[in-house]
Write a protein that binds this ligand. Structure first.
Ligand code: ADP
Ligand code: MG
Length: 240
């Protein structure tokens, strides 16, 4: 699985939504390659195609044209069950509105992606607790989402995204529902996990603050990549 130097490759991708007879080209020939360990920001205004692009990279939707490779594997050729296995083992997802299960507590939410996996309940619990401790929530293990602040809920969601040791974490507007200070804390946390675990992060946002944390920023407008900036010296984005 470690064969490709890129965790994700987007090659000439188009996505056209057909709704009530109208066709909306949300992505128009996007090409992009994401390196192992890279912290990539996809920046663009509302409606530019960011969520569409993340959903395609995450295997949640299929391209109209072009292809997506994850760890060198072309998603187009996979059966539904192969695709869901690949998603399950290689990807983590973080959303704007946290998407935690309200009747489960913090540890149970973090365990959820792996509860049907062949892993001892006790080992899973230990892993989930360790992750929550890493994100600073060791004292909130049995709290339910309604008993947690927005920032704390997003920390639970970050832990849930990492429970399967994914190669890529996809985060769609992860700071949009958080105040400035809390948003920054979540970004710092994601950056720390990115560095420590060498897991790639792809963050879609219209929040300029995210660019401070990114190795590379790709600008998307009207479904097209209109430019990119490499932010940090020595970032994985510069590896040749
Ligand atoms: N399921 C859908 N059906 C039809 N049009 C869609 C759908 N999802 C997104 N779009 C359209 O595609 C374009 C890009 O949307 P989106 O990817 O959500 O952009 P962003 O996340 O940057 O705000 C928009 O014009 C949006 O209205
Ligand atoms: Mg969006």
């Amino acid at each position: 699985m470690e064969s490709s130097e890129f965790v994700a490759e987007v090659e000439g991708v188009w996505k056209v939504y057909i709704t009530r007879g109208a066709s909306i080209p949300a992505l128009r020939g996007v090409s992009l390659r994401i390196r192992r360990g890279e912290f990539l920001c996809i920046m663009g205004p509302s409606g530019s195609g960011k969520t569409t692009l993340l959903n395609l990279i995450g295997g949640l939707d299929s391209t109209s044209k072009g292809r997506i490779l994850i760890d060198g594997i072309d998603l187009t050729g996979l059966s539904t069950s192969e695709l869901s296995r690949l998603r399950h083992s290689l990807m983590g997802y973080i959303f704007q509105s946290f998407n935690l299960i309200s009747v489960l507590n913090a540890v149970e939410n973090v365990e959820l992606p792996l509860i049907f996996d062949p892993i001892e309940g006790e080992e899973l619990r230990t892993r989930a607790k360790a992750l929550l401790e890493r994100v600073g929530l060791g004292h909130r293990l049995t709290h339910r989402p309604s008993e947690l602040s927005g920032g704390e809920q997003q920390r639970v969601a970050v832990s849930r995204a990492l429970i399967s040791n994914p190669h890529i974490v996809l985060a769609d507007e992860p700071t949009a529902n958080l105040d400035g200070k809390t948003g920054r804390e979540i970004l710092e946390l994601m950056k720390k996990l990115n560095r420590e675990d060498k897991v790639s992060f792809i963050i879609a946002t219209h929040d300029r603050r995210v660019t401070e944390f990114a190795d590379r920023v790709v600008n998307l407008i009207d479904g097209e990549v209109v430019g990119e900036e490499i932010v940090k010296e020595g970032s994985p984005a510069l590896n040749k």
